[in-house]
Design a protein around this ligand. Structure first.
Ligand code: FKS
Ligand code: ZN
Length: 340
């Protein structure tokens, strides 16, 4: 198992999020990675640094103005004499204009964000860029013939859309990996998203694409974040019609119910006949997760890994969520071990 990680992730730290009406330290914190690295070391696997890429590579799935905003946001903030973390407080909702990018920094912050839960700090851009490099490197290794590779990304990516950040995500690591596989000449690529939260950003990016399948199993958006996307009737549009499959499940879902849905989701992947698979690997489907409501237990993660690995596809695994910090490493490694 090839594993890519950058210590630069730790520069994304110190932010607060508005969680159920209270400003609390972000659940998405650097120690998540420390625990995953410790479990990887126990498994005896080596960790490698990602390759370097030009920022132009982000334009394959993100809007140029959005990337420019992320790159320079904190410097602008500093320029206004501020420090600490940046959070938006107003968003262009129904009946307001989204067709023009506003001039002011705070106006642009809300324009590009979709929640007040994704703080930008001084090192956010460097960390997000390094995470994206891990995903791109993992994709490049799979193109070069590796059976699988794991990108230990932090911050995560699957909520980041073409031109929007939120849900702790800034650059869509899984989408960048999938696009990289396409650009390398693979004709069809599937993305399987098993994070507890719907990967609205990945869906957004590939919505009209017939060459990238998006399949997601997640908490029902009627009650679960990100709330406004992820329903079963979202099937894709244009050339992408029928290439988007959402499987929302109720709170309290355990392995028995989850695995039945997983089989259906995997059938969709097989039917698409992809040349490679990208897995958005969120382990916040664990019963002990503090912000999620499924009930998978530790013994279910090897089963999850085995089912996905049994597809026999070249696979890029990309880290997304998981907030039960003490157990996150074991749960991630349990999935990865199925590919070793
Ligand atoms: C709003 C409270 C909602 C946001 C939950 C984000 C989940 C992120 C994730 C990812 F994989 F992206 F990390 N909390 N302030 O687990 O889906
Ligand atoms: Zn999640």
């Amino acid at each position: 198992m090839k594993i890519f990680h950058s210590p630069l992730h730790a520069l994304h730290d110190g932010g607060m999020e508005l969680h159920r009406g209270a400003l609390v330290p972000s659940y998405e914190k650097p120690s998540r990675v420390d625990h995953i690295l410790a479990s990887i070391a126990r498994a005896g696997w080596a960790v490698e640094a990602p390759l370097a890429y030009d920022d132009a590579v982000f334009a394959s799935v993100h809007d140029a103005d959005y990337v420019a905003f992320l790159r320079g946001a904190y410097e602008e903030w500093r320029g206004e004499g501020r420090d600490g973390f940046m959070l938006p407080g107003a968003f262009p909702a129904r009946g307001m204009r989204r067709d023009r990018v506003p001039a002011g920094l705070h106006a642009r912050l809300g324009y590009y964000a979709f929640d007040a839960g994704s703080p930008i700090v001084e090192g956010t851009w460097q960390a997000a860029r390094a995470a994206a490099h891990c995903a791109l490197t993992a994709a490049d290794l799979v193109v070069a013939g590796e059976r699988s590779a794991y990108a230990l990304c932090r911050p995560p990516g699957h909520h980041a859309g073409r031109g929007m950040f939120g849900g702790y995500c800034f650059l869509n690591n899984a989408a960048l990996a999938a696009q990289r596989l396409r650009d390398a000449g693979l004709e069809r690529v599937a993305v399987l998203d098993v994070d507890y939260h719907h990967g609205n950003g990945t869906q957004d990016i590939f919505w009209e694409r017939g060459d990238v399948l998006f399949v997601s199993i997640h908490g029902d958006p009627n009650t679960e974040y990100p709330f406004y996307l992820g329903h079963a009737d979202e099937r894709g549009a244009g050339a992408g019609e029928g290439c988007n499959h959402n499987f929302p499940l109720p709170r309290g879902t355990d392995w028995a119910a989850y695995s039945a849905t997983l089989e259906t989701a995997l059938e969709r992947v097989v039917d698409f006949a992809p040349q490679a698979l990208v897995v958005s690997l969120g382990v916040d489907i664990f019963e002990g997760d503090p912000i999620s409501q499924f009930r998978l237990v530790a013994a279910d993660f090897p089963r999850l890994g085995a089912r996905i690995a049994a597809l026999g596809l070249p696979t890029v695994l990309v880290q997304e969520g998981g907030y039960a910090v003490a157990e996150i490493g074991e749960n991630v490694v349990s999935v990865l071990a199925a590919f070793d």
